[in-house]
Design a protein around this ligand. Structure first.
Ligand code: Z5A
Length: 211
């Protein structure tokens, strides 16, 4: 049984990841592929409970280090119970966020050292890394407007400043520049149909190179 493909979607809030992943999943399934869509933090019952803990705006302090460790704890549960088994069954896993989000949010946004994040990534999922990452890139103002138009009370991240999201976006763009063989930047300010078409094209281009 050939291993499936692990495809991650990344970007700041309001970039359109949830919307695009649903359409990509349907388009890939229509080609006869077995597709599993999931998200981080979360994706399994236990990891979803960790998601609720890390996103809620409580009274207690949650230091950047604690936030990062909760992200990796949820990720390990997700990898062991959903992602790795699905890939071994030959499925294509489409995941809304993965470790690039930790690099961008906890590294770029919160200022934690990149070396620390890489050593935890190695410890958590040395054998499970994305084949393709689609960075849905939008200017921060547009992402914030889209997200604000849709949500209720803001969670801990949605309450962050524009400067925070500018740092997150900048780190994502650095990752895309430094790993062009894996990461494709998609202009997600375009109409949805064009974003989905560009995403499919990027998957095909990276697949063709690695075949
Ligand atoms: N986080 C972290 O810090 N570290 C980590 O390691 C991980 C995560 C894994 C929750 O993530 C938070 O966790 C996240 C980072 C942190 N916080 N933030 N910010 P999440 O992915 O669940 O939350 P999110 O990024 O806030 O999701 P989102 O706001 O739902 O963004 P989205 O999925 O990219 O957007 P969307 O829901 O698909 O689209 C938003 C709206 O725009 C919606 O009304 C769409 O219809 C519309 N839309 C989408 N695309 C278009 C286009 N092309 N044109 C016009 N309108 C569009």
């Amino acid at each position: 049984m050939p291993r499936g493909r692990f495809i991650t979607l990344e970007g700041i809030e309001g970039a359109g990841k949830s919307t695009v992943i649903a359409q990509l999943g349907a388009r890939l399934a229509a080609r006869g592929l077995s597709v599993r869509t999931t998200r981080e933090p979360g994706g399994t019952p236990l990891a979803e409970r960790l998601r609720a803990l890390v996103l809620e705006r409580g009274d207690e302090q949650l230091a950047p280090e604690a936030e990062m460790l909760l992200m990796f704890a949820a990720r390990r549960v997700h990898v062991d119970n959903l992602i790795r088994p699905a890939l071994e069954r030959g499925e294509w896993v489409l995941c809304d966020r993965y470790t690039d989000a930790t690099r961008a949010y906890q590294g770029g946004g919160r200022g934690l050292p990149a070396a620390l994040i890489e050593s935890l990534a190695q410890l958590t999922h040395a054998d499970v890394n994305p084949d393709v990452t689609l960075l849905l890139d939008v200017p921060v103002g547009l992402g914030m407007r889209r997200a604000a138009a849709r949500r209720g009370a803001p969670d801990r991240f949605e309450a962050e400043s524009t400067a925070f999201f500018e740092r997150v976006r900048a780190r994502y763009l650095d990752i895309a520049r430094s790993e062009p063989a894996r990461v494709a930047r998609i202009d997600a300010s375009q109409p949805l149909e064009k974003v989905v078409a560009d995403a499919l094209e990027a998957i095909e281009a990276i697949e063709a190179r690695t075949r």
